[in-house]
Design a protein around this ligand. Structure first.
Ligand code: AMP
Ligand code: MG
Length: 418
């Protein structure tokens, strides 16, 4: 059937599903095994290279969870309140060497070690002091209350952090709690980034009347840096096959990944695919994704290359679904599936079966407390404002053909994608 339409997917040829493409990437990409050691303060965002077994239990010693009064379990009042004389005072960082005397209570503070034989702590808010200066304890407290036993958080020897973990601030905190000073991490993934297109000028350079400033390169470099990559900015390559092939070949040996934007479509001036074929091999070059479709993956002298489309929104969306898994696979990072959260659609949308679509949307809370997604009013893949003025992407699976207002759809926040 002849197709003359505004559907940019109309032109024929095989297309790979997003899942197939990601599967291929993870089988074709070999994880980098080179390590480096970094100080704890530099570990955020890096990928841990070795498992870490807890060198000590957390907490390292049994301690009080509150400010209050410690007692033996046998001295917890049963039925009626009971006054106990005070014996001892232990503050955080202090020592508690002497066992607590039977029939006594010790003043204790949050984080202070429990004295030997003390098993339970009464909160200071729950007690009173009688005229004789004794501490009057109420009945009914559970034995062991308000105490944090050694190792209750993490027992010694437990594998607390796994190789492949992309470190977040909380992982750094755990390493610090273990007293570690340095961590072995995978070296940064080296990525060469090119833009392609005669119509592009770099910000800071003169711009001819028919040119626009290259925005994709700066977006992609920022996204790569957020993934912990070491990025080489290689500027703009002109729309010429031999020149492109030469530029790509030059960086293949010195980088772990080559990333280009523009020139992967089927137009006469789209030369990236041919350039890759002339110096390496193509793994795929069309994906059933919108916005996106023309996305090339190739291998040049053993180095993977990903050619993203030139339209900024297509470039952004395909980065998330192709480049991100590639970088994570190169870093030997644990699989990080994107989990869309269910929200209520506040829009109508029609789509073709057989391709994955991403709709730019903003969230708002409805009067009944639900989250509702409002679609950006226009659809062009070149509209940078559509990324700037929305909160994330609605993911519509291959089999979906329609979205109606009120329907539940999956939302991926930009905050989770970057
Ligand atoms: P292409 O994929 O080369 O056919 O480009 C598709 C559209 O994206 C064209 O309108 C290009 O001008 C635009 N474009 C390509 N590369 C970039 C870039 N680096 N920054 C902004 N827009 C671009
Ligand atoms: Mg172009």
């Amino acid at each position: 059937m002849a197709q003359l339409s505004d559907d940019c997917f109309a032109s024929g040829g095989p297309m790979m599903s997003v899942d197939e493409a990601v599967g291929l990437i993870t089988t074709r990409v070999n994880a980098i095994v080179d390590l480096e050691t970094v100080a704890l303060v530099d570990a955020d965002g890096r990928v841990l290279a070795r498992d870490i077994a807890a060198p000590l239990p957390l907490p390292p010693f049994t301690n009080s969870a509150v400010d209050g009064y410690a007692v033996r379990n046998a001295d917890i009042p049963d039925g009626v309140e009971r006054a106990l004389p005070l014996d001892g005072r232990i503050q955080a960082g202090g020592l508690a060497l002497a066992p607590i005397k039977a029939g006594h209570t010790a003043r204790i503070f949050t984080g202070a070690p429990m004295p030997p034989d003390a098993e339970t702590v009464f909160m200071q808010e729950d007690v009173r002091v009688d005229d004789a200066g004794r501490i009057v304890l109420p009945p009914g407290l559970k034995p062991g209350a308000n105490v944090r036993p050694a190792g209750e958080d993490i027992p010694q020897g437990h594998i607390a952090l796994r190789a492949g973990q992309r470190l977040l601030p909380q992982h750094v905190a755990l390493a610090a709690a273990f007293g570690l000073v340095r961590l072995d991490v995978v070296r940064r993934i080296r990525v060469a980034v090119f833009s392609t297109g005669d119509e592009l000028a770099s910000p800071g350079e003169p711009r001819a009347a028919s040119q626009l400033f290259d925005s994709n390169r700066f977006m992609l470099m920022a996204m790569l840096r957020r993934l912990g990559c070491d990025v080489s900015d290689l500027g703009i390559l002109r729309d010429e096959r031999a020149l492109l092939a030469n530029g790509l070949k030059q960086v293949a040996g010195t980088h772990d990944l080559i990333l280009t934007t523009g020139g992967v479509s089927t137009g006469e001036e789209d030369h990236v695919k041919a350039a890759v074929e002339s110096i390496g091999s193509l793994v795929f070059w069309r994906m059933a994704i919108k916005p996106g479709r023309p996305v090339a993956m190739g291998i040049i002298e053993g180095t993977p290359l990903i050619g993203l489309p030139g339209n900024p929104v297509a470039s952004f969306v395909t980065f998330v679904h192709v480049v991100r898994p590639t970088v994570l696979a190169l870093a030997g990072s644990l699989p990080a599936p994107l989990l869309p959260i269910p929200v209520r659609a506040a829009f109508t949308y029609k789509k073709k079966v057989g391709r994955r679509e991403y709709v730019r949307a903003s969230l708002r809370r409805t009067q009944d407390g639900a989250l509702e997604a409002i679609k950006f009013p226009r659809e062009g893949a070149g509209l940078l404002s559509s990324l700037v003025d929305t909160d994330g992407l609605i993911e519509l699976d291959e089999e979906v053909t329609r979205v109606e207002p009120g329907q539940s759809v999956g939302f991926l926040s930009y905050a989770d994608l970057l």
